[in-house]
Design a protein around this ligand. Structure first.
Ligand code: ADP
Ligand code: MG
Ligand code: MG
Length: 252
């Protein structure tokens, strides 16, 4: 059974069809990249998987470990083992990073019928993960994302992922610009967490990012559909030729 199975997914925003039949199957141990021109629906796909209420699913299925997630609340999806990077850059005044992560970790454990984390063990785990993403300890005590720079938010996002150890991580690297430090943070974190019992869906405009994180599969999305899938060499082809050939191919 695939870790993530998307079948003929259709979705609308404000009555306009954006996703027009997405099919994708991702197994544990795999990293898939979704690339595509601006406006093709990549972030919409991420938001629909996250359960963003602004997006209406009009057809199809999304299964995580065989369970239909489309009827679940966003929090429940997280408890089922999904991590959505872009969901957490919100600032949470008055709640320290450590407290937030402990609460999130405990919610996941409770859902699995496991006891709450041991405070000392959790702190040890957090420190190990902090080193992994080279995060400054002072960020731990500060309220979640409050006054963080863009790079610090990005580092914090990867840190949150490293602490929570999701089954499936979906990272949408928008075109707002990853500088070289953020690029290294993301790729180092993802590469360190790659494992046989975890999968990644990496949405990116940047062929460059895929020089650091070598994906198993690359999908090209154009106008709400996946028009081509292939190995890592597909990202290199796109870097050389752009998306024009796909766009012409689907214009009719
Ligand atoms: P990408 O991430 O590939 O650049 P998006 O998923 O952000 O593409 O956008 C796909 C299309 O959906 C665009 O035409 C965009 O304008 C539209 N869209 C996305 N979100 C919204 C929204 N909240 N309201 C209105 N239109 C939206
Ligand atoms: Mg965009
Ligand atoms: Mg986008």
């Amino acid at each position: 059974m695939a870790l993530l199975e998307i079948r003929n997914l259709h979705a609308e925003v404000e009555g306009e069809a954006i996703l027009k039949g997405i099919n994708l199957s991702l197994n544990t141990g795999e990293v898939h990249a979704i690339m595509g021109p601006n406006g093709s629906g990549k972030s919409t796909l991420a938001k629909v998987i996250a359960g963003d209420p602004g997006y209406e699913v009009t057809g199809g299925e999304v299964l995580l470990d065989g369970k239909d997630i489309l009827e679940m609340e966003p929090e429940e999806r997280a408890r089922e083992g999904m991590f959505l990077g872009f969901q957490y850059p919100v600032e949470i005044p008055g709640v320290s990073n450590t407290y937030f992560l402990k609460a999130a970790a405990n919610a996941i454990r409770k859902h699995r019928g496991e006891p709450e984390v041991d405070a000392a063990q959790f702190l040890k785990h957090v420190r190990e993960r902090m080193e992994l993403v080279q995060m400054d300890e002072s960020l731990l005590k500060r309220p979640v994302n409050a006054g963080f720079s863009g790079g610090e938010k990005k580092r914090n996002e990867i840190f949150q992922m490293a602490v929570l150890e999701p089954r499936l991580a979906i990272l949408d690297e928008t075109d707002s610009g990853l500088d070289i430090d953020a690029l290294r943070t993301v790729s180092h974190g993802v590469n360190a967490l790659r494992s046989d019992d975890r999968g990644f869906l990496l949405i990116t405009h940047y062929q460059r990012l895929l020089n650091y994180i070598v994906p198993d599969t690359v999908h090209v999305m154009v106008d709400g559909r996946i028009v081509k899938s292939g190995g890592k060499e597909l990202a290199e082809e796109l870097e050389a030729s752009g998306y024009a050939m796909f766009e012409e191919g689907t214009a009719a």
